[in-house]
Structures are given as C-alpha cells and as structure tokens.
Ligand binder design. Structure first.
Ligand SMILES: NC(=O)c1ccc[n+]([C@@H]2O[C@H](COP(=O)([O-])OP(=O)(O)OC[C@H]3O[C@@H](n4cnc5c(N)ncnc54)[C@H](OP(=O)(O)O)[C@@H]3O)[C@@H](O)[C@H]2O)c1
Length: 331
C-alpha cells in the first residue's frame, strides 16, 4: 500500500474521472471530486455508492470557466487529476466545429479548453498542489507526417495544421497540453499527460452507457448496424479500468512525468468485428470488407509500460463489455 494521498479529481462525474475516483478510493486515497453541479444526485449517488466513498470522497461544484470555483476542491490536495475537458464538437450557436473558420474555431473550440485548463491549473498552483495528471487524448498524437511507430515524444500534433484542416476539436488537445506544460514548468509542478483512446468496460454512471465510447457496443447489442461495410482502417481500444490504473500509477510515482499512451493497441476493424460477432446479433454486423485491411497504427509502449500496469487484451475487453451490458446493470 502506498502512502495515502489527497487527490483532487476534476471531472469526477466523467467516464474517465469516475473510474479514477473508484481506483483512487480502492487504493486508500482521499478524493475531492468536482462536477459542475454537486447537487445533481443522478451523478453524485453512483459516486457516493463506490466502496470507500462515504469515508473518503467529497464532491464539489466547480466550472472550468471560473478558476476560483476550484479553490475549495484543490485545498489540501497533493495531486490533481484533470479530466474535465470533453471534446467540443460544436460552436456556441450549434455550428459543427469542422465548418468554422480559423478565428471562430480557435475562439469557440480551442481557446475555452486552453483557458479552462489554465483556470484549473491556477487553482492547483494557488493551493500548493505539487503534481498534475492531465487527461488529453490520442487526437493530440497525429503529426503532419505520419510516423511508422508512434512514440509519445515524437507523436505531437501541430495545432495550426489541424486547424487549417478544420480539426479544431483535435487541435484543442495539443493546445491544452502545450499551455499546461508551460504552466507547470514555470511553477515547478510535476506534470503527466495521459493519452487515452476509445475506452470500453463497465461504467459507473448510467449516462456513460450512451457516451462516445459505449455507443458502439450498445448499438451492436441492440442489433443496430454502425457500419454498412467493414471499414478498411483500424481503431485503438483500451479498458477504462486499465486507463484508470495508469492514471493512478502516474499519480503515485513521484518520478513519472511527461506523456503516456493509455492504449492497449490498435486493431483493424475486421478483427474488431470478428470479436463483436461473438456477442451481438447478426443484424448488427457490417458486410465484409472488399479488399485488404490497412495497417493498424503502431505504438512504442515503452513509456506506458514503465508505469507498471498490465492492460487487458482487446478481445477480453470486448467480452467483458458485452457481458456486462447484457447483464443490464442499470435495469
Ligand atoms: N470517452 C472517450 O472515449 C475518450 C477517448 C479519448 C480521450 N478522452 C478524453 O478523456 C477526457 C475526459 O473525457 P470523458 O469521456 O471522461 O468525458 P465526460 O464523460 O464527458 O466527462 C467530462 C467531465 O468533465 C466535467 N465537465 C464538463 N464540462 C465542464 C466544465 N465546463 N467545467 C468543469 N467540469 C466540466 C463533467 O462534469 P458535469 O457532470 O458537470 O458534466 C464530467 O465530470 C477528455 O479529455 C477526453 O478528450 C475520452
């Protein structure tokens, strides 16, 4: 057992955040979690029902547009996990991010995430929090010239290139990471940047069954097609509890710093559908791929593995997810 820490989890009601809360409580830590409305019992009840929550979890209302709202949850924390920046897909008036010009895309999609992250980091710094574990995404790991094998140090998206292509929702991540890195360097705070991808596995809050990641297995289980034809490309996957374990390893290891893939691997859709086919009705399955699958993304997992977490393989993750969904956990 490691020493007990106090961890502020910003975004405790999120898919990632709730699993980090669960893992942190299971490891004996105290947790101060945030969501925008800590009186929303639809979100707080499942968190307060986690083992250890009644003794060691407090929940606080905080919004990333208001730095001071994070002062109370950050007070007394040793480490903060920041997982409160879900991707923004639309501008304030509903225009899809991809249809925006450079100025609106930056102001309405990218800047709010950058400024929000600096607001949360500012509260952490004011409270004397020494370490930050920031949740980003593999969407920040696509440099203009594709790499044969992705390594965290080289797989850096270029924000201007992404914005020129209308990819503001992806650009927000690398801009957030750069701002966080500069802030933490300036204030001598340890920073780990975690790079998850599609995450499957059981979820804690019922609303996450319909989240980006779980929409696919949920639809397939209902017999609904998500693809008419099997795509030629590939998809990276990991188990959300393994992702949470990687976050906790980064929290607890005082030597951990820098970027870490939170990915088990990337598999061609042909192989993913072969696994889903073991669990879902035939009506959900796409027509076979006409041709050969593309090479999946390849990763160098040296840094991920340095955190000492063993990740489930993808067939196991898919089987666990489907069995869990079939058990109708939320009625
Ligand atoms: N889910 C995926 O498949 C996936 C894949 C790759 C990367 N990621 C990355 O993982 C991170 C977390 O994603 P997630 O899927 O866990 O997101 P999520 O389930 O949508 O949760 C987001 C969390 O942030 C909070 N939040 C939202 N807006 C906020 C604001 N303005 N101020 C303060 N808190 C706010 C939410 O609280 P409320 O209860 O107040 O809404 C919730 O706790 C993101 O960086 C995302 O890009 C996710």
């Amino acid at each position: 057992m490691t020493d007990q820490l106090t961890i502020c989890v910003a975004g405790a009601s999120g898919l990632v955040g709730s699993n980090v809360v669960k893992a942190a409580l299971a490891r004996g830590h105290r947790v101060k979690g945030t969501l925008r409305d800590a009186t929303d019992t639809a979100k707080t009840d499942p968190l307060m029902d986690l083992p250890g929550a009644r003794e060691r979890l407090t929940l606080h209302s905080a919004d990333s547009s208001d730095s001071a709202s994070f002062d109370a949850p950050m007070a007394g924390a040793d480490v903060t996990v920041i997982a409160c920046f879900p991707p923004i897909y639309r501008a304030e008036d509903g225009t899809p991010a991809r249809e925006l010009d450079r100025q609106r895309g930056y102001e309405e999609i990218v800047r709010p995430v950058r400024d929000g992250a600096l607001n949360v980091l500012g509260a952490a710094q004011r409270a004397g929090v020494g370490a930050v574990v920031l949740c980003s995404s593999t969407s920040s790991t696509n440099p203009p010239a594709a790499l044969p094998v992705k390594h965290e140090a080289l797989a850096l998206s270029d924000a201007e290139t992404q914005m020129a292509e209308g990819k503001f929702t992806a650009a927000e991540k690398i801009v957030m990471e750069t701002a966080a890195r500069d802030f933490c360097t300036h204030h001598d705070m340890r920073l780990c940047i975690m790079l998850p991808t599609m995450m499957l596995g059981p979820v804690i809050l019922p609303q996450h069954v319909d989240s980006d990641s779980h929409a696919l297995p949920s639809a397939l289980l209902r017999g609904e097609k998500r693809h008419e034809t099997t795509p030629a490309g590939s998809m990276s996957v990991s188990h959300v509890e393994d992702v949470a374990a990687l976050f906790l390893a980064a929290v607890e290891d005082p030597t951990a710093r820098g970027r870490y893939f939170c990915v088990k691997d990337s598999l061609p859709w042909v192989d993913l559908y072969a696994e889903f086919a073991k669990h879902v009705p035939e009506s959900a399955l796409p027509a076979p791929l006409d041709g050969t699958p593309e090479e999946p993304t390849r990763f160098d997992f040296t840094r991920r593995d340095s955190l000492g977490v063993t990740l489930r393989d993808i067939p196991t993750t898919i089987a666990e997810t489907m069995d869990w969904l079939k058990s109708k956990p939320f009625g």
